[in-house]
Design a protein around this ligand. Structure first.
Ligand SMILES: *Cc1c(COP(=O)(O)O)cnc(C)c1O
Length: 361
């Protein structure tokens, strides 16, 4: 098979063992003689997968019984309004750190007043604002912990005097997280925990049921929280295959040693790549150094070499690099180096950057 170093931003590289067991499960799920795409979601084998998947989340992030862990369709983008519908009575606060945050703000405005506590739009979202004031009368503060498009990341779990809601689509499971500091953590699976088609929501149960508005059944988080774990996320047909892949991906994370090990590996990969960007005269990083993401590494051609951009992309492609073209709103290059991206891929990209530097002379 063709060698490809996959740096796509999402959907993206997944652990090889997860892919292998998915292939087997499509043929024959749980020794039933039928494939996972063909089973009923009410079969005992599937109930076990649902229970185990939730338990893997709880084990990996030390999630207490105060929280529900549910899996929903519609991606992270559906959560932009679902969070607001479930939690906002009159006012919510948002930290505007990129296009995803902006989209979340747009949806929240459908349900009440939005206070933008700070924004980094003035510098094309190349940094994480600090030292902002959080309004005490807001129902929650919403943050985006990793800004996939701009390569900036909040590296710590912030202290927040009001309920904290986080879109962790692109850095979930990349580091240990103190879940107790959050009221809600959500995200699409397709960056670090599986393929597209399912979103995860970790929600503190005591925060629900406080809004005055009438919620459509599917929008109300409580609909998806069962009286016992096997009924969680089973109000309607869950996205069976994406959840199975999530189960296998989380199992891989656990087998590798958990989120501490993921974090150590991610820091190692990111350091290697940022060091090369800082050393190589052709390239320059776009994100503020202290806010640099360990998941999405954004860089551009140095001013003096701007005309070499297309040539580098072509060269990198010939060396097996996939998905390193930057998002159109930043330009240049972006290497997404999620959990499942092996160190060898980052080493190959670094070698490619060094070789190109020599070629250019
Ligand atoms: C990818 C991404 C989204 C959008 O996810 P969908 O599942 O496609 O709706 C939202 N927020 C962040 C931070 C993302 O990286």
């Amino acid at each position: 098979m063709k060698v490809a170093h996959n740096f796509n931003a999402g959907p993206c590289v997944l652990p090889k063992p997860a892919i292998e067991s998915a292939i087997e499960a499509i043929r024959n799920f749980d020794n039933t003689g039928i494939g996972i795409l063909e089973i009923s979601h009410r079969t005992p084998g599937w109930e076990r997968i649902m229970i185990e998947t939730e338990q893997l989340w709880r084990d990996l992030l030390h999630i207490s019984d105060d929280y529900a862990v549910i899996f929903l369709g519609g991606g992270a983008s559906t959560q932009f309004y679902q969070v607001a519908a479930n939690l906002m009575n009159h006012k919510a606060a948002y930290l505007q750190t990129g296009v995803w945050a902006k989209k979340a703000i747009k949806e929240a405005k459908l349900y009440g007043e939005v206070a933008v506590v700070a924004s980094s739009e003035d510098k094309n979202y190349s940094y994480i604002p600090k030292g902002y004031e959080i309004p005490k009368d807001a129902d929650y503060l919403h943050i985006t912990t990793n800004n996939t498009i701009y390569g900036t990341e909040l590296h710590t779990d912030i202290d927040c005097p009001i309920p904290l809601v986080a879109d962790m689509s692109s850095d979930i499971m990349s580091r240990p997280v103190d879940v107790n500091k959050y009221a809600v953590i959500y995200g699409g699976a397709q960056k670090n925990v599986g393929p597209a088609g399912v979103a995860f929501v970790i929600v503190r149960k005591d925060i629900l049921g406080k809004v005055e508005r009438v919620l459509p059944t599917m929008v109300d988080y409580r609909t998806h929280i069962g009286s016992e774990p096997k009924n969680n996320s089973m109000f309607n047909t869950p996205p069976v295959f994406p959840i199975f892949m999530m189960h296998e991906t989380l199992k891989w994370i656990k087998d590798m040693g958990g989120v501490e090990v993921m974090h150590r590996r991610n820091v190692e990969k990111a350091t290697l790549l940022y060091n090369e960007i800082d050393r190589n005269k052709l390239f320059v990083g776009t994100a503020n150094k202290e806010d640099r993401s360990i998941m999405n590494v954004c860089f551009v051609m140095n001013e003096a070499y701007k005309d070499k951009e297309a040539e580098f992309l072509e060269f990198a492609k010939s060396q097996g690099m996939v998905g390193i073209k930057g998002h159109r709103s930043v330009g240049g290059f972006r290497a997404s180096i999620y959990n499942a991206c092996p160190l060898e891929s980052v080493e190959a990209l670094v070698a490619c950057m060094q070789e190109f530097e020599q070629k250019v002379g």
